[in-house]
Design a protein around this ligand. Sequence first.
Ligand SMILES: C=C1C[C@]23C[C@@]1(O)CC[C@H]2[C@@]12CCC[C@@](C)(C(=O)O1)[C@H]2[C@@H]3C(=O)O
Ligand SMILES: O=C(O)CCC(=O)C(=O)O
Ligand SMILES: [Fe+2]
Length: 358
Amino acid sequence: MPAMLTDVFRGHPIHLPHSHIPDFTSLRELPDSYKWTPKDDLLFSAAPSPPATGENIPLIDLDHPDATNQIGHACRTWGAFQISNHGVPLGLLQDIEFLTGSLFGLPVQRKLKSARSETGVSGYGVARIASFFNKQMWSEGFTITGSPLNNFRKLWPQHHLNYCDIVEEYEEHMKKLASKLMWLALNSLGVSEEDIEWASLSSDLNWAQAALQLNHYPVCPEPDRAMGLAAHTDSTLLTILYQNNTAGLQVFRDDLGWVTVPPFPGSLVVNVGDLFHILSNGLFKSVLHRARVNQTRARLSVAFLWGPQSDIKISPVPKLVSPVESPLYQSVTWKEYLRTKATHFNKALSMIRNHREE
Ligand SMILES: C=C1C[C@]23C[C@@]1(O)CC[C@H]2[C@@]12CCC[C@@](C)(C(=O)O1)[C@H]2[C@@H]3C(=O)O
Ligand SMILES: O=C(O)CCC(=O)C(=O)O
Ligand SMILES: [Fe+2]
């Protein structure tokens, strides 16, 4: 996988307190800096949840004859769905979960040997969005772009090659799955490969790239006051998320509030990201989501964040733009968008939106 994302934050350092990541297991009480009140998580103005209706994001069987329409509907209404029969071997999901558990189980001092630098993308640390919040999140993360070899060697001097193989195999499966899902979703809108210049020009998947984000949410002494990962949308085209058998992911819908996505063994969660929202001229929703924590079980998740190569301009598909209106968004590369997001976070999408005359 080409390492094009690695230099995206060069010249855009963020000062994050990686070195202050505590040894979570030793904390019997929640420190004040980790106590969130509802106003600490208001950057995306998500209204409080109305009473639960039991509605949830759809679980779509990819072998179902109507899968295309179901995916299209889910992208328009939720911006998220779960999938079964996705073709990723269960053993590989178990391997990536094992790798993730093993990484975060290492002593803090070892993990810090591969700490993400202030201008880097890859490595160990707190989520990049942490700089926008006054409170700290109850989680730790590890981002992989390009080869993980150098970092993995520092983490596991003996076993790094086995772990590199797992990451490579996982990314290969994810790449193919993400592309299949994108085309199914676009087909549901009547859009095919010939309608998108950059996709039709390059053979196989040379136009795509990705980052793998491993997340750990340790057991928390006061889960109702803590936040695992604050509300955000992904900057991607699509994100494919594996979660272990512990609930915590929540997605937001204006009419339903925060809805918890139950883990179904072997299934994967798919999120529409901001770039897919732009490409679909606003028809697909980039889903606002967050992760909560709990008092009894540690939670692990693995997000495959998938988007176009850094030099590809994403703009609304002409077929989806009305002939009498301008496209909803200006064109933008993933790199430009990540930089805008790194400085303006929740305002990034509206900054590239074309404001129409009334
Ligand atoms: C490619 C990327 C997407 C991401 C920023 C990053 O450079 C690598 C990590 C990704 C992640 C994972 C956790 C949530 C998120 C908002 C963050 O802070 O880092 C996403 C970023 C994103 O989608 O914008
Ligand atoms: O842990 C989760 O369920 C969410 C992770 C996530 O949103 C991310 O890595 O972007
Ligand atoms: Fe996310």
